[in-house]
Design a protein around this ligand. Structure first.
Ligand SMILES: NC(=O)c1ccc[n+]([C@@H]2O[C@H](COP(=O)([O-])OP(=O)(O)OC[C@H]3O[C@@H](n4cnc5c(N)ncnc54)[C@H](O)[C@@H]3O)[C@@H](O)[C@H]2O)c1
Length: 254
């Protein structure tokens, strides 16, 4: 067992087909973990599994929309049946909003962003906890956002979803700390990934958010986020529970 404690562990990374999730899946596999690469994009998930296997690691793809309870259950079941349990859950899959201010958010945008960014992590957490409780150990790492810390980083729907994810992180951290389970989050600043924003630059929300973009600093590489995720999941962070770690070149400090 190496010092991270991750060798031979069973790890689920959602959104593992691209960006931060892909980088985290590769890093976990590099630590000797067995990785479930979960993504709505089947080809992307399979490509990351192939990348891990080519490097001598172990991974399996699980595909589907994680905001569907049946898919979330299936992802957890895949980890348990394939790798003998579930030690680490990384709730990383997420989508951007259109930067819309509250008065301009459609029902469809609100429902979808909350469903993918907040409800899916809840569904996966609920499915994962019994397996972690059975082992008396587990780590959950959620990919929140700078938009989980402030009101100037995205639109109303995304900002609410990421603040909600921070709340879920803290609740799980408190409720299960005496059961050996830790829950933490990273709050990425701008990061070079495949995530897309479709915003009308002349609309109220994007205009306001644009005023604050000068503060965000250097955009991170996806792997810089992944390093923080793997640290929080590892035994090196054994007494770190309920934190929201900005990985943002100091944006949160501005
Ligand atoms: N890139 C940034 O600047 C930035 C900043 C702050 C937070 N984040 C957060 O980081 C996380 C990862 O995003 P990324 O930047 O790597 O983007 P990305 O688009 O490169 O990767 C996200 C992955 O999630 C998958 N996904 C999306 N919806 C899904 C669903 N319903 N079910 C299953 N898989 C789904 C996508 O297919 C994709 O592979 C997100 O939660 C995002 O909100 C990103």
């Amino acid at each position: 067992m190496n010092s991270s404690g991750l060798e031979g562990s069973s790890v689920v990374v959602t959104g593992g087909g691209s960006g931060i999730g892909r980088a985290a899946a590769l890093r976990f596999a590099g630590e000797g973990a067995n990785v479930v690469v979960a993504d709505i994009n089947a080809d992307a998930a399979k490509a990351v599994v192939a990348e891990i296997e080519a490097a001598g690691g172990t991974a399996v793809a699980a595909t589907g929309d994680l905001s569907d309870q049946a898919v979330a259950d299936e992802v957890v079941a895949t980890a348990v049946t394939t790798f003998g349990g579930l030690d680490v859950l990384v709730n990383n899959a997420g989508i951007m909003d259109s930067m819309s201010a509250a008065a301009d958010v459609s029902d469809a945008e609100w429902e979808r962003v909350i469903r993918v960014n907040l409800t899916a992590p809840f569904l996966l957490t609920r499915a994962a906890l019994p397996h972690m409780l059975a082992k008396g150990k587990g780590a959950i790492v959620n990919t929140a956002s700078e938009a989980g810390l402030r009101g100037s980083a995205a639109g109303a729907a995304y900002t609410a979803s990421k603040h909600g994810l921070v709340g879920l992180t803290r609740s799980v951290a408190v409720m299960y700390r005496d059961s050996g389970i830790r829950a933490n989050a990273i709050a990425p600043g701008g990061t070079k990934t495949g995530i897309t924003v479709q915003a009308d630059p002349t609309a109220h929300g994007p205009q306001i958010v644009g005023r604050y973009m000068g503060n965000i600093g250097r955009a991170a590489e996806a792997d810089e986020q992944a390093a923080a995720i793997v640290f929080l999941a590892s035994d090196a962070a054994s007494n770190i529970n309920g934190v929201v770690l900005p990985v943002d070149n100091g944006w949160a400090a501005v």
